[in-house]
Design a protein around this ligand. Structure first.
Ligand code: FES
Length: 144
């Protein structure tokens, strides 16, 4: 089978779908080639712990499954731990993705980083980690 049971599970029954009003960090990333867009909302407490996390993904099934898994993996973690989340960790947690779908997991990693960057900006903390380079204005489509 092309997709693992876990991928199918997170695709058909995605966790943490939605928005967080007054989120402390919001990240939006897009992939210019496939046109898919992923938005991640973070609720972060005063100890830098991600107490809640939601996502909205306008994209393929693998993008939905990876966003769902990524939110599950960073919920309850510190911002630092969430920054260490790699797309391969997401793929591994989903028991693999077909090679042509690996870029979807990259989108999930980038969405998390971009939401944390937004949080850092809001609290006036320098962004001491790398943001994906290809995120210039043209490629990231804001919906509002
Ligand atoms: Fe673009 Fe999956 S095909 S994110």
């Amino acid at each position: 089978m092309l997709y693992s049971e876990k991928v199918m599970d997170h695709f058909t029954n995605p966790r943490n779908v939605g928005e967080i009003e007054d989120a402390q960090g919001v990240g939006v990333v897009g992939n210019a080639k496939c046109g898919d867009i992923m938005k991640i909302y973070l609720e972060i407490d005063e100890n830098d712990i991600i107490t809640d996390c939601k996502f909205k993904t306008f994209g393929c099934g693998a993008a939905i499954a990876t966003s769902s898994m990524a939110t599950e993996l960073i919920k309850g973690k510190s911002v630092k731990e969430a920054l260490a989340l790699t797309n391969s960790a997401v793929v591994e947690a989903l028991d693999g993705l077909p090679p042509v779908k690996v870029h979807c997991s990259v989108l999930a990693e980038e969405a998390v980083r971009s939401a944390i960057a937004d949080y850092y900006k809001r609290v006036g903390r320098p962004i001491d980690f790398e943001l994906p380079e290809e995120h210039d204005e043209e490629e990231v489509v804001e919906e509002d």
